[in-house]
Design a protein around this ligand. Structure first.
Ligand code: LLP
Length: 438
């Protein structure tokens, strides 16, 4: 069994995370529950940040908070010196509520609303990553109206397709995101921006996909974007100062995944950029990245309580848990695979094969197929590993199931950071009928 970060097994044969007994966590805060190992989050953050420092490269490591957004995670990100990337007014609001330094917030999105753009200006965030021509137009209007400066990057699609799941590839030419680098759109955006007074054009951003396991695609994308920077420098004398290479660094969900350490991704990226700028005779830009999954993914574990079971003779043993696709949509949506264990039976023989079903009214609501576990009984605590990214953040209220509690653990301490949604919470936006006579 693969354990992550500070996970261990105590004398009672229970899973521990951050020095805290997972069964105790389940008893204290209930299930389903997301548990984040803060030490592992910090280790990952430092892995990225320190590698840039060692390479003597000016950088920003922006946590892509779509992976998991909450007030407390922005506060940890701030402690670690990370910047953050937000993609909505909601994420921006949450970061601001957390007291996150607004100058280190980057705003993404292919259809930011006018209100969201105003919100970004009013909060004086660090930069807006412009996605399309409509946004350029609106930003010019808003900046002129407010007489306020704003740093901007443009998002480009470099036409590099990373080897990953189709659904989560965003770097290819046929993408809803960004300006195409090769068909003249990026050049046109540059022309519209680089002399602007209020919009301070800093450079380019690209994101080539997710769950990427080698560095080649990043290097290729970096080369293409740097080439474009050099071209603009040659024709206009303009020197871009920021190159943002996005996120997408892969993590280990199962033994089939072989991720690289953060330092390896960063080192290779830096080498590729340095090589290209030297060859082309332009100044080294700041390098920014946006890891989401690789900061929070394996730091997160979900705890469920096992309930019913169903044996389909000669075919399958099902056990059902008290959550499912409402807290982890990824198996149903992406065919994502997870590993797990019974947190209260960590030292028992895993000699029975189960399919772990969720409790939602959909046949596809299965979290893990064919997992070996000790004999499972109602009341056992099932831990599924590596659920920290795009689990809670993609959670829904399907079937009016409340979203889970989120707990942080570190050095033997634990703290509730997001409350479990209650029945009252589930109806708090509903209004009683007033139309009609009934
Ligand atoms: N930057 C940009 C512009 C992005 O679009 C994304 C992810 C990231 C950074 C962070 O990527 P990461 O390091 O987390 O791979 N819901 C899907 C993932 C969608 C990713 C969307 N963009 C999943 O559950 O796998």
């Amino acid at each position: 069994m693969h354990l992550y970060g500070t996970q261990g097994i105590n004398e009672e044969g229970h899973l521990t995370i951050g020095g805290v007994d997972a069964v105790e966590l389940a008893n204290t805060y209930g299930t389903p529950q997301f548990v984040y190992d803060l030490a592992l989050f910090r280790e990952r953050a430092r892995g990225f940040i320190d590698t840039f420092k060692k390479g003597n490269v000016k950088a920003q490591v922006a946590y892509a908070s779509k992976a998991f957004s909450s007030i407390a995670i922005y506060q940890v990100a701030a402690q670690e010196g990370l910047s953050v990337d937000v993609v909505s007014g909601g994420e921006l609001y949450t970061a601001l509520q957390a007291g996150f330094p607004s100058g280190k917030i980057h705003f993404h999105g292919n259809n930011k609303s006018i209100e969201e753009l105003h919100q970004a200006f009013d909060a004086k965030i660090g930069c807006i990553v412009i996605d399309n021509f409509y946004e350029i137009e609106k930003l010019k209007e808003i900046a002129a109206q407010k007489k306020q400066k704003m740093d901007v990057l443009i998002r480009v699609t470099p036409g590099v397709e990373a080897h990953t799941h189709d659904f989560i590839t965003t770097g290819q030419t046929d993408s809803k995101f960004g300006f195409d680098l090769s068909n003249g759109q990026a050049d046109e955006a540059f022309q519209l921006l680089y002399k602007e007074e209020y919009l301070q054009f800093k450079g380019m951003h690209c994101h080539i996909g997710s769950q990427i396991f080698d560095t080649e695609a990043f290097s290729l994308a970096a080369k293409k974007v740097v080439d474009k920077m050099a071209e603009w420098h040659q024709t206009t004398g303009f020197q871009a100062t920021v190159l943002n290479l996005g996120g997408g660094f892969g993590i280990r969900y199962t033994e089939e995944d072989a991720p690289l350490a953060p330092a390896v991704y960063v080192d290779d990226m830096v080498q590729a950029v340095k090589k290209e700028v030297q060859a082309l005779g332009i100044a080294l830009p700041e390098i920014w990245i946006e890891p989401g999954r690789s900061l929070v993914g394996d730091a997160g574990t979900t705890l469920y309580t096992v309930g019913s079971n169903k044996v389909v003779p000669d075919i399958r043993n099902y056990i059902a848990i008290d959550g499912g696709m409402s807290d982890n949509i990824r198996p149903a949506l992406y065919d994502a695979k997870y590993e797990g264990a019974l947190a209260n039976k960590m030292t028992q023989n895993a000699d029975t094969i189960y399919t772990v079903a969720g409790k939602l009214c959909e046949s596809g609501d299965k979290i893990i197929e064919d997992i070996s576990l000790p004999k499972a009984e109602a009341g056992d605590i099932l831990a599924t590993f590596c659920t920290g990214a795009y689990g809670y953040s993609m959670a829904s209220n399907y079937n009016r199931i409340g979203r889970p509690a989120v707990v942080f653990v570190e050095d033997g301490q634990h703290q509730l950071v997001v409350k479990r949604e209650s029945l009252e919470d589930l109806v708090k936006l509903d209004l009683p009928l007033t139309l009609g006579k009934g």
